[in-house]
Design a protein around this ligand. Sequence first.
Ligand SMILES: [Zn+2]
Length: 498
Amino acid sequence: MLRPCLVLAAAALCLSCKAPPVPEAVPPAADAKYSIPFESGGGDDFGDDDELASDGDGFDNPVGAPPTAWMEQAAAKITAHAKGKNRAWDRLAYIADHFGHRLSGSQSLEDTIDWIVGEMNKDGLANPRREKVMVPKWVRGTERLTIVAPGRRDVPMLGLGMSVGTKGTLRAEIAVVDHVDDIAKRGKELAGKIVLINQEMPPYDHERRSSGYGEAVGARTRGASEAAKVGAKAVLVRSVTAHSLSTPHTGALSYEEGTPKIPAAAVTVEGAEYIARRVAGGDVVRVELTMGAKLMGDVPSANVVAELTGREKPEEIVVIGGHIDSWDVGDGSTDDGAGCLMAWEAAVMLHELGLVPRRTIRVVLFTNEENGLRGGKAYFEAHGAEPHVAAIEADSGSGPPQGLGIASEDPNVIATLSAWGPLFEGLGASDIGKGWGGADISPLTERGVLSLSMRPDGSHYFDLHHSPADTIDKVDPTDLQNNAAAMALMAYLLAERP
Ligand SMILES: [Zn+2]
């Protein structure tokens, strides 16, 4: 039976930015003509087993064929190979401790990329390389938020990515709104003030396995332009997290064209609630805000690309990847160092096991997902015309494995892949169902390439997301290795199936 859809709505799991539009002027699409049909088996290795069974309910609820022997053998080998290994974590810790954060435009990002290409060479992967991508260089500069009345106290804050600076120190009264959409309703009353958007992120929904991120993130992405439209001087956003231990959470904002660009910063949940309580109690809260943020133009970076070359149809590609850039706070081990290590380690494990599939598995560690998505767009511009049969992105942290999401509305596709769930049981990742793909692979998804996302337990992901607490000690070595193995297995099945 097709399980009830444990859907994490795309936005709910969209981890740092909204999905981008497909770039204009791209090569001919890698579209359906390269996709492997899911409707029937075609009479080869899959034989009759590949016919989708019916549950007697007509065509609406197809049931996928159970896994066959070659699939079970691959699953057993990969699952056993992951046991007791810490290699993915060891490498992630090396990156965290030796290079630090990986903000676009930083030397530490480029040093990390060079180191990974060198290691991939030693691993024996095919063609490890940098593929040049120009990325925006945004720097935070010195920043500070101080309440100067009533009393005097600093509030922990982080400027939002891509924000303009304050050009000196801004001094203003705070006005509080509970939701980004209330700004327009309050209108001119907010002119000349610094607007605090004290919008709560709903707690994690364990039943639906869904965070409240998609619902709350609009305050961060749209807040600055909404506040600018009513004449506000700057905007402060309650950090987009459901739990806080006084850590501010940054992330990109998006300025609306034709609207003045005003400075924007995240404050801690604790700081936002304090200010909101004082204002609700009748106090006039005045602050000084200083932000040295600057956009320095474009600089070169790169996507990391390496392959496990297919044995029969090397020109057909299954992409696996994560994004190698991070924010400049913490060391970005969960967002998205972990996803990069999953993809890289997946290819290495298959190589070690001699599980070389029919098609090529291509590892792509995309640059600049956080504040531009230039890596995902550049990959599509360079490779979009090649026949891609599938793409899997890991960008949801590395909690205990649970399964994978499929960005498809096609019941045959969902049914076929869901029926492979038992193969992933040894890794704890058997929950395969409707979901989404990933920001970096979204240009491929838009052109009809079958797209999937790794979907580990995300119940604590947003506690760390884009904050100084996103560090390697939060990543469990066994979870990371098993997530990598689950990615390896799905990539292998998709690249090997007839
Ligand atoms: Zn991310």
